[in-house]
Design a protein around this ligand. Structure first.
Ligand code: ATP
Ligand code: MG
Length: 246
C-alpha cells in the first residue's frame, strides 16, 4: 500500500527555482525565482499563457530537467542532489507522468501498453493483475485487449493514466492531459482524477489551458513570463481531506 510520510510534509517544495535556456546565443528565462509548496493530497492546476513556463515547471518536478538555480524537493527527496540514475529510479518508483499525447505503442493491446514500460524491471505475471485492476478503475475493463487504433482519444488518454498509476505512485504529474479531448471526455477524465485523488491519496499537479480542469483543482497557480502571478485556493479546497494510508 501507499506509504505517506508525516502529513505535515509537503509533496513538493520549490525554493527560488530558476531555469534558463541558451537558444541561438540568447538566454530564454523559462522560470524565474519560483518558490512554492504543494501539500500531499492536493490537486493543483498550473495555468498561464503559452510559453509561461508550465511544462518547464512540471519537468523540473518530474526530475526530467534540472534547474539553473534553486532547489526542488519532491516527496522528501532533493532532486537537485540526485545522479541521473537515481533520478530515473525515483521517477519509476514514486511518480506517474501523463502527457497530452499518451504515445501508446500501436502493436500492443491496452493492457500490454500499461505494462510495457515496467517490463525491464518486473515480470509480466506480477504486473498484469495490477494493470487489469487499473484499467477497470479508469473505466476500460471491457477494452483491455483493444489496440490503440480501436480506442477513442479519451480512452487512449485513460490507458496513459492507468500506465502512469502502475506501481502506486504518490504523485501524478499531467501536462495538458485534456488537450486532445472533447468536453465529454474531459469531464470524465476530471472525475477520474478526483476519484483517484480521494481513493488513492494521490497528489495531482496538472498543467492546463483548460478552464474546466482548473475549475476542479483545489488550488490554481498562474504563471506569466516564468513567474507566479497568482496563487489561489478554490472553494473546493475546504473539502480536502489529507489522509494517512496504511
Ligand atoms: N529546450 C528549450 N530550449 C530553449 N527554450 C526553451 C526550451 N524549453 C522551453 N523553452 C522556452 O521556455 C519558455 C517556457 O516554455 P514552456 O514549455 O515551459 O511553456 P508552457 O507554459 O508549457 O507553454 P505551452 O502552454 O505552449 O505548453 C518558452 O519561452 C520556451 O520557448
Ligand atoms: Mg507546455
Amino acid at each position: 500500500m501507499l506509504q505517506l510520510s508525516a502529513r505535515a510534509d509537503p509533496a513538493i517544495t520549490l525554493t527560488r527555482v530558476a531555469r534558463a535556456f541558451q537558444s541561438g546565443g540568447d538566454e530564454v528565462v523559462a522560470l524565474a525565482d519560483v518558490s512554492l509548496t504543494i501539500a500531499i493530497g492536493e490537486t493543483t492546476a498550473i495555468t498561464g499563457p503559452s510559453g509561461s513556463g508550465k511544462t518547464t515547471l512540471l519537468n523540473l518536478v518530474a526530475g526530467l530537467d534540472r534547474p539553473t538555480s534553486g532547489t526542488v524537493i519532491v516527496l522528501g527527496q532533493d532532486l537537485t542532489s540526485l545522479k541521473e540514475r537515481d533520478l530515473t529510479a525515483f521517477r519509476a518508483k514514486s511518480l506517474g507522468l501523463v502527457f497530452q499525447d499518451p504515445h501508446l505503442l500501436p502493436g500492443l493491446t491496452a493492457l500490454e501498453n500499461v505494462i510495457a514500460a515496467r517490463l525491464p524491471w518486473t515480470k509480466r505475471q506480477l504486473l498484469e493483475p495490477e494493470a487489469r485492476k487499473l484499467l477497470k478503475v479508469v473505466g476500460l475493463g471491457s477494452r483491455m485487449n483493444h489496440p490503440p487504433a480501436r480506442l477513442s482519444g479519451g480512452e487512449r488518454q485513460r490507458v496513459g493514466i492507468a500506465r502512469a498509476l502502475l506501481g502506486q505512485p504518490r504523485l501524478l504529474l499531467a501536462d495538458e492531459p485534456t488537450g486532445n479531448l472533447d468536453i465529454g471526455s474531459t469531464e470524465e477524465l476530471l472525475n477520474l482524477f478526483e476519484e483517484l485523488r480521494s481513493d488513492l491519496g494521490l497528489t495531482v499537479v496538472v498543467a492546463t489551458h483548460d478552464p474546466a480542469v482548473a475549475a476542479i483543482a483545489h488550488r490554481v497557480i498562474r504563471l506569466s513570463g516564468g513567474r507566479i502571478v497568482e496563487d489561489r485556493l478554490q472553494p473546493s479546497a475546504e473539502r480536502i481531506e489529507v489522509r494517512e494510508l496504511e
